[in-house]
Design a protein around this ligand. Structure first.
Ligand SMILES: [Zn+2]
Length: 53
């Protein structure tokens, strides 16, 4: 897994992906979505949304 910096759309704080919680980490059948929780304001930072079925 590559570490990268993401910017929260709500509070504009940058976070390292290694340091924050991955919101979709409990998904046992990962389909490639990438969603993190902002440690500053708990907003979901969507990098890659769930693909439409
Ligand atoms: Zn935020």
């Amino acid at each position: 897994m590559k570490n990268k910096t993401v910017i929260c759309p709500e509070c504009a704080q940058p976070s390292e992906t290694d340091d924050i919680i991955k919101s979709c980490g409990n998904c046992f059948a990962c389909v490639g979505c990438e969603i993190y929780i902002c440690p500053h304001c708990s907003t979901e930072i969507v990098i890659k949304a769930l693909p439409k079925q």
